[in-house]
Design a protein around this ligand. Structure first.
Ligand SMILES: [Cu+2]
Length: 157
């Protein structure tokens, strides 16, 4: 009887001490993560931002209208019935005032940073662009889609 009680007591002590170890490890991990975030800020490294874009007929909706300068990843979901694309253009023009060439925006005089090329309805695609501070316009430049309303402003600060 006495031996059995001692055994239970020992087990309880072991359990306690292993809990304590686990807590200490958690605290260490948090401290490391915090220090790392502070080091990144201190070094002035470029931010990495993720923005969700929803493409449909005929609109582009973003999860945020701005981002800090740096790497911006747009994850675009095509919720429409047609293929769509997402082009990133640096421009101070109003989003609805780009010059047309037929049924498409004339990209020849524009600062096109890059694009997520045409992808099918019901699918998603993503693209990462290194964006400097400035004004941007995101468009879908499939014939007729810009005129339909597939444009939106985006600001990089
Ligand atoms: Cu489109």
């Amino acid at each position: 009887m006495l031996l059995a009680s001692t055994g239970v007591l020992s087990l309880a002590l072991v359990a306690c001490s292993s809990d304590a170890d686990a807590d200490t490890e958690d605290a260490d991990t948090e401290a490391t993560a915090t220090a790392s975030a502070e080091a990144t800020e201190a070094a002035g490294e470029a931010a990495e931002t993720e923005i969700s874009a929803t493409l449909s007929e005929f609109a582009i909706e973003l999860s945020a209208a701005s981002a800090p300068a740096g790497e911006v990843t747009f994850t675009a979901e095509n919720t429409g019935a047609l293929p769509h694309e997402l082009a990133v253009i640096r421009s101070d023009e109003a989003p609805d005032s780009l010059l047309l060439d037929g049924a498409m925006v004339d990209e020849s005089g524009l600062d096109v940073i890059g694009e997520i090329e045409e992808f099918a309805a019901g699918t998603s695609d993503s693209g990462t662009f290194n964006l400097e501070a400035g004004n941007y316009i995101l468009i879908c430049n499939i014939a007729g889609h810009y005129q339909g309303g597939m444009f939106t402003a985006f600001v990089v600060e």
